[in-house]
Design a protein around this ligand. Structure first.
Ligand code: ZN
Length: 285
C-alpha cells in the first residue's frame, strides 16, 4: 500500500506521522511532481516500505498539504448517486450515472479556505477515485485495476447557480476557485479492507451533517469507471467525484456562511478541514 501526499508541490509519502520526499527517497528527481508520482503509482508500494529506514522530511503535524492530485486533466462529478440523497432531493434515482464536470481549476487542498460565492453554498462530502493510467472501455470486473488510489473530496456547490435558468447546468456552479478541496492523501485501494465499503462523513461547525458508507452507492466505483470509460478516454490523474450521501444543506435549508468550518472524514484516507470565508459570486448579466 501507499499514502501519497503533496508537500509544497512535491510528491511525498505519509508514513507513521511523518512525510518523506519521494524524489529524495527514490533518488529519482522524476518522482518530485505529484502528477508523475500518480502515473508511476505501481512503484510507490515498494518506496512506502523504505520509509522506515530513511530520515523523514518532517512531521505531518503542522505541515500544510496540497491536493494529492493538483493538476488533473479531467474531473468528473456524479449526481444523485446515493439512494437516501436522491430521496432527500425529491428526484428519481437516475438510470445511468448523472455526470457533470468540476473544471480542474477548482481543485484545492485538504485545508484550503472556501470563498463563498453566495447565500446558498452547500457541502457535499465524496469519495474521489484517482485513475492510474490509460483506461478505455474497461469492464466492470477489471475497473479496479485502473485505479491509482482513493482520496476524499468536497464537491462544494452554489445551489442558486446550479438551478438557474430554464436548462440548469451543474458544472460552473461546482467550479468556483477552491470549490474542490481534496486530500489529505491518495491511498492505494489495497489499504482498505473492502474498497467498495468505506465510511465517510461531514460536519459543519461541529454538527454532523452527513454519515454514510460507499456500499450505498447506486453506481459503484467499478460501474462508474466502466461507464465513463465507454465514452471518454480516461488517463492517469483523472478524478471522479463519486457522489454525495444524504444530509446536504439544501435538504435542511441550512447553507454555509463565513466563519463556518467544514470538517470531512473517511475511513483510512483521513480528513479535510476547510474554513468558509466571504467570496464573490458570478458576474450578474
Ligand atoms: Zn457532488
Amino acid at each position: 500500500m501507499f499514502r501519497l501526499i503533496n508537500v509544497e508541490g512535491r510528491a511525498a509519502l505519509d508514513h507513521e506521522g511523518s512525510w518523506y520526499d519521494l524524489a529524495g527517497l527514490s533518488g529519482d528527481p522524476g518522482l518530485a511532481d505529484p502528477m508523475a508520482a500518480v502515473s508511476r503509482h505501481g512503484e510507490l508500494h515498494a518506496l512506502q516500505g523504505e520509509c522506515g529506514a530513511s530520515a523523514p522530511g518532517g512531521p505531518l503535524d503542522g505541515t500544510l498539504l496540497g491536493p494529492p492530485v493538483p493538476r488533473p486533466n479531467q474531473v468528473f462529478g456524479i449526481g444523485l448517486n446515493y439512494r437516501a440523497h436522491a430521496a432527500e432531493t425529491g428526484m428519481a434515482e437516475p438510470e445511468a450515472p448523472l455526470t457533470f464536470t468540476k473544471f480542474p481549476s477548482c481543485i484545492s487542498g485538504p485545508s484550503s479556505d472556501v470563498a463563498l460565492s453566495g447565500e446558498a453554498v452547500d457541502w457535499e462530502v465524496e469519495l474521489v477515485v484517482v485513475i492510474g493510467g490509460p483506461t478505455v472501455g474497461v469492464s466492470v470486473e477489471d475497473a479496479w485495476g485502473s485505479v491509482a488510489g482513493l482520496t476524499l473530496g468536497q464537491d462544494i456547490s452554489d445551489r442558486l447557480l446550479q438551478g438557474a435558468g430554464d436548462r440548469p447546468q451543474f458544472s460552473l456552479a461546482k467550479s468556483f476557485t477552491g470549490y474542490g478541496p481534496t486530500g489529505p492523501a491518495l491511498v492505494s485501494p489495497d489499504a482498505f479492507d473492502d474498497p467498495d465499503d468505506i465510511g465517510l462523513w461531514c460536519e459543519v461547525s461541529g454538527e454532523r451533517m452527513q454519515d454514510s458508507r460507499t456500499d450505498d452507492l447506486i453506481f459503484s466505483v467499478p460501474v462508474l469507471i466502466s461507464y465513463l470509460s465507454s465514452i471518454c478516454a480516461l488517463d492517469s490523474g483523472d478524478l471522479i467525484f463519486t457522489g454525495t450521501p444524504s444530509g446536504v444543506g439544501v435538504a435542511r435549508n441550512r447553507f454555509l456562511a463565513p466563519g463556518d468550518t467544514i470538517v470531512s472524514g473517511a475511513e483510512v484516507i483521513g480528513g479535510l478541514r476547510n474554513a468558509c470565508v466571504a467570496g464573490t459570486g458570478p458576474l450578474q448579466l
